[in-house]
Write a protein that binds this ligand. Structure first.
Ligand code: AMP
Ligand code: MG
Length: 279
């Protein structure tokens, strides 16, 4: 699955991706949900090992970057994939329009502040990529500044990877038709109406401009150390399974190991067995 979702370096054509496809998985929804559930114990085990390493002094961590148009399922991945591990091992950060204070700093300032602590898995619901996507499409910065940012992003990610933090970048790809259905469902559900934003329709109206901005961003920031993965996301169950699979493989490659005991466990065990009754 990893190889099939890996962006082909070079020319990037997002129209060539079938957003309803399920690359690398034969079954349907029920099998996909079972497969996700089957991944959960291993994901939780790997996460706990990473956390334990962090407690023992390792500075390794993981960063999962989720990008995609509105309703592409970034929040769903946070709930259904990140939600499979101990919440204490997570740092989830969402990025909306920058505050006045954030705008006074370089675009990576707020991103660095949201990085996970050692041993944690960081999940970004939107990210520094908005600074070459939304910002570019809506014309919120000088073109020369946007141009500078691709290189700044590559340097930033290379720095993370060199410091032992793999950066797993996933573009959740939905079709405009699927987004229409999801926005309608959102508008028709009183429990979801609080999420409806006028910007959803504004961004939707600029669909092809966003697609082009994504294509440029992917082409320029798909690096050997921090490659992009394109996840067909019209089927929610496949989207979850795919991101969980990529995250599992990322963690497995790190091979986090249980740290040795920091105390003489055998001695403590003996003392526990020999102790006088506790009142
Ligand atoms: P949501 O993810 O639905 O909460 O929406 C967040 C909104 O903030 C989206 O419309 C993003 O495009 C926008 N956003 C995120 N980061 C930036 C940024 N750096 N500059 C401008 N808009 C942004
Ligand atoms: Mg939104």
């Amino acid at each position: 699955m990893r190889e099939l979702l890996r962006l082909t370096p070079g020319e990037v054509d997002l129209t060539a991706w079938d957003t309803r496809a399920t690359p690398g998985f034969e079954g349907g929804k029920a099998e996909g949900r079972d497969a996700l559930a089957a991944l959960a114990p291993e994901l939780a085990d790997l996460q706990e090992r990473l956390y334990a390493e962090g407690v023992a002094g390792s500075s390794r961590r993981v960063l999962l970057v989720l990008q995609g148009m509105d309703t592409s399922g970034k929040g769903g991945v946070v709930r259904h994939v990140a939600g499979l591990v101990d919440p204490q091992g997570l740092r989830v950060a969402g990025f909306g329009a920058p505050t006045a204070e954030e705008l006074r700093h370089d675009f990576l300032w707020r991103i660095r502040r949201a990085l996970p602590a050692p041993g944690r898995i960081g999940v970004f619901d939107r990210s520094h990529y908005e600074d070459v996507l939304a910002v570019k499409v809506r014309g919120l910065a000088d073109p020369t500044e946007v141009e500078r940012r691709y290189g700044a992003i590559n340097d930033f990610e290379a720095e993370l990877v060199a410091a032992g933090t793999p950066v797993l970048k996933c573009l959740l790809l939905i079709s405009p038709d699927e987004q229409r259905e999801r926005l309608l469902a959102r508008m028709d559900d009183p429990t979801k109406q609080w999420k409806v934003a006028a910007s959803d329709l504004e961004d939707r109206a600029r669909w092809s401009a966003y697609r082009e901005a994504y294509e440029v961003a992917l082409r320029r920031t798909d690096t050997e150390v921090a490659p992009w993965y394109v996840v067909p996301a019209d089927r929610k169950w496949y989207r979850n399974l795919a991101v969980a699979t990529l995250l599992r493989e990322t963690l497995a490659q790190m091979a986090p190991a249980w740290p040795p005991a920091v105390v003489d466990v055998a001695d403590l065990r003996r003392r526990l067995l020999d102790e006088d009754p506790v009142a």
